[in-house]
Write a protein that binds this ligand. Structure first.
Ligand code: GDP
Length: 193
């Protein structure tokens, strides 16, 4: 798929206030610092389309980008902030969970995992929740430019765990810095929408 057009539409704290539309949405989520903004910029071939949505205080928002005037890419709040207090964390959790559970036109969640570090407890917790709620997701390894083979090994291990749940999610290996796997992400999105 080619990106001909992309525009930032809105930031919202509540799924009910998100754009009223029936167009497909692909949402990205991951721990803070996983490389989500960089991946969005790489996929949309923009230097910093996420600049608007990444302003201080905006990190807990659901950000909608309209792509090719046809589908939405959704930047969900990151999870696992270390400097955020408990009350704020539970607010962010609610924003994320409600959006995922109730947004009817959500086609797929791309769950980003940093390939430079091991998968964290909070990632496993989140994956378990997605499985429990029967949410369709794919896993995107980020920052893989120096460890493609390790990333492939990681994927094989993941697959064993998922097989236990009778699941076989798609996996994508990416690096925004070296533009690895970006076309594969676009192809994957193309198939989904
Ligand atoms: P976000 O908090 O998930 O939106 O993450 P950012 O996109 O802001 O990236 C967090 C950090 O990871 C920054 O220091 C980026 O430069 C770095 N980063 C992002 N993508 C890559 C990548 O492909 N490779 C490497 N090595 N670092 C990356």
């Amino acid at each position: 798929m080619k990106i001909k057009n992309s525009e930032f539409i809105s930031s919202n704290l509540d799924y009910r206030k998100c754009p009223k539309t029936k167009e497909s949405e692909i949402a990205l989520i991951g721990r803070s610092n996983v490389g989500k903004s960089s991946l969005i910029n790489s996929v949309l071939k923009k230097k910093s389309i996420t600049k608007v949505s990444n302003k201080p205080g905006k990190t807990k928002f659901i950000n909608h980008f309209l792509i090719n005037k046809k589908w939405y890419l959704v930047d969900l709040p990151g999870y696992g902030w270390s400097k955020v207090d408990k009350k704020e964390k539970s607010k962010i959790k609610k924003i994320i969970k409600e959006y995922i559970l109730y947004r009817k036109n959500l086609s797929c969640i791309y769950l980003l995992i940093d390939s430079k570090i091991d998968i964290q407890k909070i990632d496993i917790k989140f994956i378990n929740w997605l499985i429990l709620k029967n949410i369709y997701f794919a896993i995107v390894l980020t920052k893989s430019e120096k460890n493609i083979n390790e990333s492939k090994e990681k994927i094989e291990n993941f697959k064993k765990i998922f097989k236990y749940h009778n699941l076989c999610p798609d996996f994508l290996i990416t690096s925004s810095h070296k533009k690895i796997g970006i076309n594969e992400v676009l192809k994957h999105i193309g198939k989904l929408i």
